[in-house]
Design a protein around this ligand. Structure first.
Ligand code: SF4
Length: 728
């Protein structure tokens, strides 16, 4: 007999006895770890099982629980089956043919651009689709439609890492790899809960630790799962990482622990940097960042005295008004200790979405394909020539970021919007304001594999897109590994691959008839290979066949090379014009919305292992959803006692933007003046968040704002929360 949770919500293991007639190779479509997966297909052509690929270097046969159940996505609820159209928002949708939906969308784009100007139509994409699709969308957006207001939802997760890498090293591109765990003598994780967010990368770290012990230091305001497993936990005050990092640098320089040879040979800007960090004595900074001076000194000594040391980070750094500075500060720490481009010595951003890297490399969101910039004449001319168009068609600097596109809709500068595999009604801060923004659009088209994403409510046209392994192409993971997604099954019902949708749209514009839009992912990849020749992200030595056979290859790999490259900057040559990395002095300006008498709690948010991407997919998978179906909040038991709040009761949270009702989970994981909420629930944490923007990356500060807690009728609250939870 089964008891408790086992009886109420048993895990349904994917039928081990399910008949499988063939296993198809692919790559996981959730997070940026990039695990190789095989999908088992039965004699009726259905995907019935998933398993990790033993020979793949990334995951060596392992998968996390999202990957284990990924084959269930093919038949999950809420998939789009047919294009839909309506005249006005909130009218009933009518199913239409693809031609009708595409013709209507092309006509609306042209109407809006003719009436209000080319940039009045915006496009916001994703980190979810395949790299060949990103490249094609970029060609369509930049070369055919010609809007400069084109960006990706990666602005919500990775923009600070991109910006920080560019400022320090002259280019985007994470320099390290998972193999660095095998060589490092010390690892600091900033704002990264690796065991929950990237379980298989964490497993790689544990494997390295089992062979050879080295210290793990976790910097996070919350006692995360990673913090519990670490040797040292530094519970930094939210939004003050730059202060802590400047202070670590202060100790290293003050005690002469820096790598002077590396600094002299490979960096510029040392004098200004040293002058600035001289002001960040731990005696002073401990009061700002909340870490005592002895701990700061100990960590600085440990890191600098290690033969090789590495830093990793995720959203705890990126999602801040100091996100880009936080990344630069991590790079500074690694540059002054000579820990870039060597085995076990690196500055590695752990990216978020499965193909966040693919969009950074090839989508043209922030410029032109292959890390080219709109601001550089040569790059504009080269791409215009390759595509066969006039270089003057391109703008001479990038347009708005995603987070600036919504305010531009609010002010009437943007009138039309195309959203691709992104769900801003849940993912953007200050949901109430975003809702009003959508109501101002003259035309909105949503392209997504799921018809029931919250943002579709505001669309005039809906394009049902193929999902993950219903298509073929590549994705790039956190360590620059390009891996292959096989077309395991046909797209669901009358949904179509994103590549097909972009190509069909291009045909409806005169400029699209001038440019070649190949039908197959393989031909598109060949264009990308050609455009990458001799560049920093050279992939000219790769083919789809080679990538699949190798279970992924890390760029750069030039034509004729036998293998990819595990690390960047091994020769100490960087992408700035002088070939050096920049040490950048970082002043700290405290602009966080901090707790006060009226709103006495920090509101922190993050991801839990069962969730991904606003739960459009994970909310449909029973074995994921059953363990985290309901919006909840972690609260410290001492604070709860003071307010008379009980474990598993409902409360209302109120911020200066709005309110949300949540179930309380009492835990010592959060300090007394903080609450934490998983951020993928609709109508929950982002009703409260402020989302001030980083000045460089325009990434929102999701994690630093303040709230108060109010009592609420338990019965009414239960109804609200259950409505917000997906019913599975
Ligand atoms: Fe997929 Fe990431 Fe889990 Fe690997 S760790 S199976 S890539 S979700």
């Amino acid at each position: 007999m089964l008891f408790g949770r086992a009886q109420k919500n048993p895990i349904n293991l994917p039928g081990k006895d399910a008949e499988v007639v063939k296993w198809e190779y692919t790559t996981c479509g959730y997070c940026s770890t990039g695990c190789s997966i095989e999908v088992g297909v039965n004699s009726e052509g259905q995907g019935v099982r998933a398993r990790g690929v033993g020979g793949a270097d990334v995951n060596r046969g392992k998968l996390c629980l999202k990957g284990i159940f990924e084959h269930e996505l093919f038949t999950s609820a809420g998939r789009g089956e047919q294009p839909l159209m309506r005249e006005k928002t909130f009218d009933a949708y009518e199913p239409v043919s693809w031609d009708e939906a595409l013709d209507k969308t092309a006509a609306e784009i042209k109407r809006i651009q003719e009436k209000y100007g080319r940039d009045s139509f915006a496009i916001v994409s994703t980190g979810q689709i395949l790299t060949e699709e990103f490249y094609t969308l970029g060609k369509l957006a930049r070369g055919v439609i010609g809007t400069n207001n084109y960006d990706g939802n990666t602005t919500l997760c990775m923009a600070s890492a991109v910006s920080g890498y560019k400022r320090s090293f002259g280019s985007d591109g994470p320099p390290g790899c998972y193999d660095d765990f095998e060589h490092t003598d010390c690892l600091i994780a900033f704002g990264s809960n690796l065991p929950e967010q990237h379980p298989v990368i964490y497993w790689r770290l544990r494997q390295a630790l089992e062979k050879r012990k080295f210290p793990i230091i976790v910097v996070d305001p919350r006692v995360t799962m990673f913090a519990q497993y670490a040797d040292m936990h530094l519970p930094v005050t939210p939004g003050t990482d730059v202060v802590l990092l400047n202070s670590l640098a202060h100790v290293i320089l003050d005690e002469g622990l820096e790598d002077t040879t590396y600094i002299h040979s490979n960096t510029s800007g040392y004098d200004e940097f040293a002058k600035l960090v001289a002001q960040y004595d731990p005696v002073v900074t401990q009061k700002i960042c909340g870490i005592d001076e002895d701990t700061i000194r100990n960590v600085a000594r440990l890191y600098a005295k290690s033969n090789q040391a590495m830093s990793i980070w995720t959203m705890g750094i990126n999602q801040s008004t100091h996100g880009s500075d936080g990344v630069v500060a991590i790079n500074n720490l690694n540059l002054i200790t000579g820990n870039i481009g060597k085995k076990g010595g690196t500055s590695l951003s752990i990216t978020g979405q499965c193909n966040a890297m693919g969009t950074r490399e090839w989508s043209s969101c922030s410029g032109l394909p292959g890390y080219r910039a709109l601001e550089k004449e040569k790059d504009r001319v080269d791409i215009a020539k390759f595509w066969g168009i006039d270089p003057e068609f391109f703008p001479k600097q990038r347009g708005l970021f995603q987070t600036d596109i919504f305010p531009a809709i609010e002010t009437g500068q943007i009138k039309g919007l195309w959203l691709i595999a992104t769900n801003p009604m849940t993912s953007m801060p200050n949901t109430a304001r975003i809702r009003k923004t959508f109501e101002k659009l003259e035309f909105c088209v949503v392209q997504d594999a799921y018809q029931d994403v919250e943002t579709t409510e505001y669309a005039h046209v809906y394009f049902p897109a193929g999902l993950w392994a219903e298509k073929e192409g590549c994705m790039t993971n956190t360590e620059r590994r390009v891996n292959f997604i096989s077309n395991v099954l046909k797209p669901h019902a009358n949904s179509k691959p994103d590549l097909w949708i972009f190509n069909e749209m291009a045909k409806r514009f005169d400029q699209g008839k001038k440019i070649k839009f190949p039908d197959s992912a393989k031909e598109v990849f060949d264009e990308m290979r050609e455009l990458s020749k001799g560049r920093f992200l050279d992939i000219s030595g790769m083919t789809h066949e080679k990538i699949k056979a190798s279970r992924g290859i890390q760029w750069p790999m030039s034509d004729g090379a036998d293998s990819g490259s595990a690390r960047l900057y091994e020769d100490g040559k960087f992408q700035h014009a002088d070939g050096k990395a920049k040490l950048i002095p970082l002043n700290f300006i405290d602009n966080n919305e901090k707790p006060d008498e009226e709103y006495p709690f920090w509101l922190n948010s993050g991801r839990v292992v069962e969730h991904f991407h606003t739960r459009t997919r994970t909310g449909k998978i029973g074995n994921l959803n059953k363990f985290s179906p309901t919006p909840y909040m972690e609260m410290n038991p001492d604070a709860a006692q003071e307010l008379g709040v009980e474990h598993m009761s409902y409360v209302r949270l109120v911020s200066r933007r709005g309110d949300a009702v949540v179930l309380v989970q009492l835990t010592q994981r959060v300090p007394r003046n903080m609450v934490f909420i998983p951020f993928h629930f609709h109508e929950c944490v982002n009703r409260l968040s402020l989302g001030l923007l980083d000045p460089y990356s325009r990434q929102p500060a999701f994690k630093q704002c303040s709230v108060r807690i109010e009592n609420v009728s338990q019965q009414e609250a239960a109804a609200v929360v259950n409505k917000a939870a997906r019913a599975f």
